[in-house]
Design a protein around this ligand. Structure first.
Ligand code: ZN
Length: 303
């Protein structure tokens, strides 16, 4: 643990003082792998895939939205001491990208969730690069099939960081992929029976989920999470809902539901409260339980 603290300090000096590259030396030298994840679902994957060999830290506290989160120096310090840093990318956790660029120099120990996946554009955004990150829809973890892909890469990073336990990591991966596959089959089976398949999203968090299970996200209330819609936009959304007979509105537990409530009330639509991030009772950091909860919520309104 002393070694890790020294390494973190050295990283912090590099990060804050621009001392140039610093070789982190042998990894997991003090026995365990430290995985740092930007958001709860990615941290949950790390716990499942790392078992007893990996210590997991999550940077964004439950209840906070990564879209508006600004890390304090202590968070940067924690991230910089990671053997494996797992973040989303796509402009969601832009600060994590800065940490990667400035602090972590070593190849293969950074897992950016969006890499190699077929991405969707972010509604209301022009796709472009800023700070080395694209404005794509970053909510890839909410499609369990893409989650399987992300888990494969996390597991590979654990193997690289700690080759001694490679066999265990492969075993944990197989077990968890099996669970994710069963989750996917359950969601596919239950969403197939939804009578109402169109919804207005609060922000575009379930777009990948909708693509996978053939639901239709007709409108988005807050294209940029945390920015409230104007009266004119509310009116436009209401008219589209009427035109396309949309009777479901999603609200999200981390973001102010006011606009979604107003729209649902005005349109006579049902309000569904979904959670894209987890970390709350009863499911806590368990991704599969969180997704079941979301599925139950949707089913109660859309079946
Ligand atoms: Zn989001």
């Amino acid at each position: 643990m002393v070694k890790r603290a020294l390494r973190a300090m050295a990283f912090a000096i590099v990060f804050l003082g621009e001392f140039g590259p610093w070789d982190p030396g042998s990894l997991a030298a003090d026995g365990g792998v430290l995985a740092v994840a930007s958001i709860v679902p990615l941290g949950g994957f790390c716990r499942e895939l790392g078992g007893p060999h990996v210590e997991v830290e999550i940077l964004i506290p439950p209840g906070a939205s990564p879209h508006v989160f600004e890390p304090r120096p202590s968070v940067i310090f924690k991230a910089s001491s990671a053997d494996v840093l797992v973040y989303v990318g796509g402009g969601l956790d832009r600060w994590a990208h800065r940490i990667v660029r400035n602090v972590l120099k070593r190849e293969g120990l950074v897992v950016r969730a969006i890499d190699g996946l077929e991405l969707l554009p972010l509604p209301g955004h022009i796709r472009g690069e800023r700070d080395g990150e694209f404005s794509v829809n970053p909510h890839v973890w909410l499609d369990p099939v893409l989650a399987m892909e992300i888990c494969r890469r996390i597991s590979k990073a654990f193997e690289d960081a700690d080759p001694l336990h490679a066999e265990d990591y492969r075993r944990f991966l197989e077990r968890y992929l099996g669970k994710l596959h069963r989750l996917h089959e359950e969601i596919a089976r239950r969403t197939r029976r939804f009578r109402l398949r169109r919804y207005v999203a609060f922000h575009s968090s379930f777009s990948y989920f909708a693509r996978r299970y053939q639901l239709e996200e007709v409108e988005v209330i807050e294209p940029l999470a945390g920015r409230e819609p104007t009266a004119r936009r509310l009116a436009k959304i209401l008219s589209v809902m009427k035109e396309r007979d949309v009777r479901v509105v999603f609200a999200e537990v981390q973001l102010n539901p006011r606009a979604a409530q107003i729209i649902a009330r005005e349109a006579g639509a049902r309000l569904v409260r979904v959670d894209p991030l987890g970390g709350r009772p009863p499911y806590g950091e368990d991704y599969i339980e969180m997704m079941r909860h979301n599925l139950d919520e949707m089913e109660s309104a859309m079946k």
